[in-house]
Each structure stands twice: as C-alpha cells, then as structure tokens.
Design a protein. Structure first.
Length: 516
C-alpha cells in the first residue's frame, strides 16, 4: 500500500529516543541490544506484524574464525577488491569473537550452542580457519509448534532468532510491529535527526537524539529495483516478502552512495503453480564443497538443460545456494531472449526416490507453508514436475529437438559410467545416470535468497555519500549494504548481522545528542 511521503524536515517530534533501529532481524536485534547495554533509550521498529525477517528463515549457522589473519586473507579474496580492507578487518575480527558474544546471550534463554568446523567454500588462502556456530536448542521452544509460519533452510534459524528475541524482551526494549519506517528526517546541515514512521494511518515523527540504524534488509522482494540493477531481471524471492528495499531508498534520499547492487545470494528452483503461494522454492540444498578438498559422496539426482535440450553448466558448483543462478544469467542477443530461463531439471526414477527435490523457506503469517513431499509425487500431481516415458516425450514437453536431447542424455550417461564429466567437470561423487524410466522434468527458474547491495558504509558502519563522506548520524547493519562484493561464504551474512549491529550501536552511543 502506497502512502504519501512526509517531508524530510520537521519542526516538532511526536516521540523521543536516543536511537531508532529499523528492522527486527538478527542485525536489528543485535543493534538494539548493544545500544541498550550502552545506556541508550532504544526504539526497535518492524514493518510487518511479526519479527524475524529473513533472518529467521536462515539455516542458523553463524560463521566463526579461529585466526584473524587467515580470515582476513580469505575475505580479501572473496571480495576481489570490491570492499575496503578496513571494512573486511572488522568482519574478520568479529568472527573471532562471536562465540564469546553468543555465550553471553545464551544465558538469558539457557540455550545450548554448538560449534563445528566448516571450511570456506572456495580454495582461497585461509579457507581452513572457519567454523559454524549454531543455537542447537532453546528450552521450552519448539520451532514447528511455536512458529509454524516459519520454514528454515537448515532448521536452526528460528532457534537463533528466539535467542535474540528473548534478549530484546528481557531488556524491555520498546518494540513496535506493523510500524513501517517511511523517511529519514534531517537537519539543515544534512545530519539525520530521526525518521517518520507509519502508526496505523498516521505518520509520526520520531526523534533519534544519537542517530538511526537501518537494519531492514535488502531488496529480495522489490522487482522494480531488481530490473534496474540486474541483467537477469526480476526473479522470485525464496523466503520473505518484507525486504522491499525500504532502507536503500531512505538512505539514497539523504545522499547515500550504493555498492554491490549486482550481487545477490541466489540459486535456482521451482515455481508453485498456485499464484497465492508467493515464493520460489529452492532446489534441494546440498552440501557446499571446496575445490581440491575431498567431497563426500553426495548424489545430485538431476542435470540441467536449456531450451534447446543441451547441458550448459556444472549443476553442482561449490556453493550452489549462492551462485547456482549465475549460469542462467545469459542473454542471446540474436534471438533476444534468455535461452536458460526457464531451464529444465531432468532425472530418472532412481533419482526421484532419492530425496525431496524442493526445499521451501518462508517467514509469513499470511501464507500457508508448503511441505514438499518425500517422494516428489505430490509435485507430479500438482504439475511442478512432469513425467515422461522417453527422451522423445521429454523433448516434446521442452519443445526442443529430440535428437539434441537424446545426445545430451547419452553423453551424460556415458560420463557417469566413466566416472568423469567430460563437458563441465561436475564432481564425480555427485554423478548418477538418467536411465531408469519414467523420467521427471521440472521447469527451473533463478531465485534470490537475499541481496548484498545497498548503501556504502565505512568500518564504523556509518553510511557514506558519493564522496565517501559520512552522512552524520546514519548507520547501517546486516544485509543492507553488505560487505560481500563478489563471492559469498555460507553463514557469513548472519555473522555480519551480529558484528555490524554491535559496531554501529557502539559508535552511535559515543556521539553527543544532537539536541543537547
């Protein structure tokens, strides 16, 4: 619903706080907790009627690091010069300390934590220093019973958010749901003095004496923004409808520069035939792997073919849930189309029986969660997957040349027998033939799990303008303007939420109130 935007200035305020935090996911919760613990009066806003955002749909694994220097070198490589070193040092340092911080938070909920080793996904210097921290359990909390509107990729995102929610609640922080932030309020010199928030049908001016922290996520559900920044165009969101680029627009309105707008954490998957179900469905989440490090035998049941019936990629890249979409992002400038959108997943009867092909995620009280069937047969009945008795029938469904598709399948089966993908070098441990009819075919589309782009910030989380000057009293945290500028590492956005939320709140707490 569109509302007339209020002005960027005001002569009077309806309420006063030291800091206003916009967005109640991991980043916003951390920023609010840290600001409160630094003695500030905090208002935490969430535009939807339930907190958690995209954070609660995550796998719940927070990246940790044993050694700062190793982590820093890895982050340098994964960002390929697109993020300043001093900003990356903050993240690397935070990853070495995050376990201690969680240990403190866990006392409030008496939560059980678990630390496991998990190396980086790419063969860059320092990849071996990393681990994952998970909130294994929270006494008295059952995610399926208590939050049935949330489906989480790895199952532990709700546990982690419950930990943060308990800490916010225990501190008595003022939380307001169904309260969208509309526009930042600035003074005559451009400093941020507060913001407008929608309270029912009325706009209220909230004074922020120290400043504002934007932690309201990216633009996974802003198709008009995606069309302007991505060649691939607007694509389906895999988890959450609330991230519509609000923080980006508010920051740009007061002069912020942008970075990493092209980069999003994405993959490929399916569309539900019911338009009332608004989310893309990620294809099964398989383990990440690192080149030159032995990959456990994890079978991938399918191959992908384009609209001509040809394979076009290694279907199992090292981090499929981050870069799986990139091979689909190709334009044929002669035919003037996207020859790989949609593309098609093909598998046989043995593959169908292996595991559920889809992995739904969501956080939405107004959508009934979709449960993918264990044997994939419900999806056949719904038409998400189609059955065929032969390659010829598969070709008719796709609309491609039968001989072309048959050669693709024959080549694949030959390579499976030889134990080597001669075309795209997919890891041998993942290969399985497509030889046992009936065959299954699913229309496959690119999708976005979360974006990385947004306002540029410095190592103190201050939002910067086009000349790399801080916009006074405006900070950001989390996915909004994330540090990731080339390749991503699983669990790192979650750690970034915690690390940057704390940094922003501490820096803001050191400021004198603008109205002193």
């Amino acid at each position: 619903m569109q509302h007339t935007q209020p002005p960027r200035t005001t002569r009077s305020f309806d309420e006063t706080f030291d800091v206003v935090v916009v967005g109640f996911g991991f980043a916003g919760a951390t920023a609010a907790i840290e600001a409160h613990d630094n003695g500030l009066k905090v208002l935490l806003l969430e535009k939807l009627d339930a907190p958690g955002g995209i954070s609660a749909t995550s796998g719940g694994g927070f990246r940790t690091a044993r050694d700062f220097e190793s982590a820093f070198k890895y982050l340098q490589a994964t960002n390929a010069g697109n993020t300043p070193d001093d900003v990356l040092r903050v993240i690397a340092d935070g990853m070495t300390e995050i376990q201690d911080y969680f240990t403190i938070l866990a006392r409030t909920s008496k939560a059980t934590l678990q630390q496991v080793d998990l190396i980086g996904s790419y063969d860059f210097p320092g990849y071996g220093t990393f681990g994952i921290l998970e909130v294994k359990s929270v006494p008295g909390f059952d995610m399926r019973r208590d939050w049935p509107h949330i489906q989480s990729g790895g199952g532990l995102g709700p546990n982690a958010f419950k930990l943060f929610l308990d800490n916010v609640t225990a501190r008595g922080i003022d939380v307001r749901l169904s309260s969208p932030a509309l526009r930042l309020i600035t003074g005559s010199e451009g400093e941020v003095r507060g913001l407008w928030v929608l309270d029912g049908t009325r706009s209220k001016a909230i004074k922020a004496r120290r400043g504002v922290i934007l932690s309201c996520g990216g633009f996974e559900s802003a198709p008009e923004m995606q069309r302007q920044y991505w060649q691939i165009g607007a694509i389906g969101s895999a988890a959450f409808r609330g991230n519509t680029g609000d923080g980006i627009r508010m920051a740009v309105d007061v002069g912020a520069d942008l970075w990493h707008m092209w980069h999003f954490h994405g993959s490929y998957g399916f569309r539900h035939p019911d338009p009332a179900y608004p989310f893309a469905i990620r294809i099964k989440q398989l383990p990440t792997w690192t080149p030159r490090v032995r990959l456990p035998e994890v079978k991938m049941a399918w191959i992908l073919v384009d609209r001509e019936g040809r394979r076009f990629t290694n279907e199992y890249v090292p981090y499929l849930q981050d870069t799986g979409h990139r091979a689909l992002d190709v334009v044929d400038t002669v035919a003037v189309n996207y020859p790989r959108i949609p593309c098609y997943a093909i598998l046989d009867e043995a593959g169908r029986k292996l595991y559920p092909l889809g992995r739904p995620n969501l956080n939405d009280r107004h959508v009934t969660p979709y449960e993918w069937s264990p044997d994939n047969l419900k999806e056949v009945a719904l038409g998400i997957l189609k059955r065929a008795e032969s390659a010829a029938e598969l070709a008719r469904i796709i609309g491609c040349n039968e001989d072309t598709l048959q050669k693709t399948i024959d080549c694949w089966n030959h390579d499976c027998a030889a134990g080597h993908d001669s075309v795209f070098a997919r890891p041998a441990a993942t290969m399985m033939p497509i030889s046992e009819p009936p065959f299954l075919l699913g229309e496959v589309w690119p999708l976005v799990s979360n974006t990385q782009g947004g306002p540029v910030h410095d190592a103190r989380q201050r939002v910067l303008n086009a000349f790399r000057e801080p916009i006074p009293r405006l900070y950001e945290a989390g996915e909004l303007g994330s540090v990731w500028g080339w390749l991503y590492m699983s669990g790192s956005n979650l750690s970034e939420c915690v690390i940057t939320g704390r940094v922003a709140a501490r820096d803001l707490a050191a400021l004198a109130p603008w109205d002193a």
